[in-house]
Design a protein around this ligand. Structure first.
Ligand SMILES: NC(=O)c1ccc[n+]([C@@H]2O[C@H](COP(=O)([O-])OP(=O)(O)OC[C@H]3O[C@@H](n4cnc5c(N)ncnc54)[C@H](OP(=O)(O)O)[C@@H]3O)[C@@H](O)[C@H]2O)c1
Length: 270
């Protein structure tokens, strides 16, 4: 039975993908901060699911990740789905720091720990490191500078590890999943977004990308066309584009955030 660990499985895309993989017969390790939501996944598939609360911004994140690998008796696939983001045209300290801690520091920590795990173990059967990045990485987005830059970091980090794996002869594959807008808690429920997808539509496309070991997958094909066009826009034009009308990343702060679990700075007011 294949084993997949999903970081950021308490809600949204990660949760749905975790439930689906358990249904497909995988052994699934789920992690995030909200324990009650992780427990509810375990309750649905008690024999196949193990869970571990992990705050990817905490010092003990890697230790707890390794404990989850042990609980699952190993790992074949890692899917990093944790993420946070804001519309933040004022470049607020708290939002900047929170975004970078989850999407950059937490990401790099967990992905590196997975890489080290596969370097030590994946000699015969390849391991797989997959991450949900975003189409927001395509170009710098002024109203979500930290978010779009952090997603670019994620993509570049995967590219870097791919080269490292080749040179170190580590048997691991990389999958970079780039969705457009999906209706989840990360978006503002009161705003309209263009070409928005629902989780029921996007999650199977993500699962397909993981199962077929796609190196890069833009979700969905309409967003592939949009991002291809974005790339062609010269800088002198791009800087003039005002994306405010596209809606925003959510300004919601979760209960765990309120408890100060991720960000030592005071939360920025929405
Ligand atoms: N929805 C979209 O439009 C869209 C588009 C492109 C890319 N994405 C990306 O897709 C991924 C999944 O997001 P989503 O849309 O499913 O939103 P979501 O429902 O808000 O899920 C975010 C997940 O990240 C976890 N998380 C946040 N901070 C964390 C921390 N400090 N430690 C561990 N886990 C943490 C949350 O769990 P806890 O709060 O329980 O910790 C939750 O499980 C993100 O990387 C997001 O950037 C989303």
């Amino acid at each position: 039975m294949k084993r997949i660990i999903i970081i950021g499985a308490s809600s949204g895309l990660g949760r749905r993908v975790a439930l689906d993989f358990a249904r497909y017969g995988f052994r699934v390790g789920v992690a995030a901060r909200r324990e009650n939501l992780l427990k509810s996944i375990k309750k649905e598939y008690p024999d196949r699911v193990e869970y571990m609360t992990i705050d990817v911004t905490a010092q003990n994140a890697v230790a707890r990740f390794n404990q989850l690998i042990e609980k699952l008796d190993g790992m074949d696939i890692l899917l990093y789905a944790s993420g946070t983001g804001f519309q933040d045209p004022d470049l607020t300290d708290g939002k900047l720091e929170q975004t970078l801690r989850v999407n950059v520091v937490g990401f790099a920590r967990i992905i590196s720990a997975a890489y080290r795990y596969f370097r030590a173990t994946a000699n015969v059967h390849p391991g797989q490191i997959a991450a949900i990045t975003s189409v927001a990485a395509t170009k710098g987005i002024g109203i979500a500078a930290a978010y779009s830059s952090s997603k670019r970091f994620q993509q570049q980090f995967l590219d870097s590890l791919e080269q490292l794996a080749y040179n170190q002869q580590v048997n691991v594959r990389f999958t970079d999943i780039r969705p457009g807008f999906v209706r989840t808690d990360i978006l503002d429920a009161n705003k309209d977004y263009p070409m928005i997808m629902n989780v029921d539509y996007a999650a199977p496309l993500i699962e397909h990308a993981v199962l077929t070991c796609r190196r890069r997958a833009t979700i969905d094909s309409r967003w592939l066309i949009v991002t291809t066009l974005w790339r062609m826009i010269p800088r002198c034009l791009w800087k003039r584009i005002n994306l405010v009308s596209l809606g925003s990343q959510s300004d919601q702060v979760t209960e765990a955030d309120k408890a100060g679990a991720t960000c030592p700075l005071p939360q920025a007011k929405s």
